[in-house]
Design a protein around this ligand. Structure first.
Ligand SMILES: Cc1cc2nc3c(=O)[nH]c(=O)nc-3n(C[C@H](O)[C@H](O)[C@H](O)COP(=O)(O)O)c2cc1C
Length: 167
């Protein structure tokens, strides 16, 4: 198959399709608002940034109703989903008012909700927030982590996927 090249003449639908060729994991990023209420959403923009110091990043679209809360929050948690947690991913990518009614949640650092049964959890203190076009990039310093050998949930080409073997 031949790759099609687009020199600048691309719209955001094509950009989104090309970016979707890049497979990612799926995480729920969570925090608490000023009243201590839980806030969270599904993200695929989570990534490693630095080992020393231990930094991670993710990005939030500026139009999100959660932007003000994440901009003000001192802590957030990145809950990396396993392949059995796809329903939680769908729930946290929706606008249902009671996102946290599903799943088993514990209190992490700063009272931030931490999901049980994840492949990994990174509890972070917000280190920086950078402008990134129509998104804001949040950088977190990892203060505490947990991980277990669970098969990850993946996202690619607009679809949820699970790991296959390399042939
Ligand atoms: C697989 C997947 C990955 C997503 N990644 C992001 C992301 O990285 N950043 C973002 O702002 N929204 C992302 N979204 C969209 C949000 O999850 C969705 O807009 C959600 O409703 C946001 O919650 P809010 O309305 O409370 O802000 C993603 C959705 C899906 C299904």
């Amino acid at each position: 198959m031949t790759a099609v090249r687009h020199d600048g003449g691309f719209d955001s639908a094509l950009l989104r399709r090309a970016l979707g060729r890049f497979a990612t994991g799926v995480a729920l990023v969570t925090t608490t608002d000023a009243d201590g209420g839980p806030i969270g959403l599904t993200v695929s923009s989570f990534n490693a940034l630095s080992l020393e110091p231990p930094l991670v990043l993710w990005s939030l679209r500026r139009a999100s109703p959660s932007l003000g809360v994440f901009a003000a929050a001192r802590h957030f948690a990145v809950n990396v989903l396993g392949e059995t947690q796809v329903e939680l991913s769908r729930r946290f990518a929706s606008s249902v008012p009671d996102k946290f009614a599903a799943g088993v949640w514990n209190q992490g650092l700063g009272g931030v909700p931490v999901l049980a049964g994840c492949a990994a959890v990174f509890e972070c203190e917000r280190e920086a927030a950078h402008e990134g076009g129509d998104h804001v990039v949040f950088v977190g310093r990892v203060l505490r982590l947990a991980e277990q050998a669970l098969a990850p949930l993946l996202f690619q080409g607009g679809h949820y996927r699970t790991l296959g073997e390399v042939l």
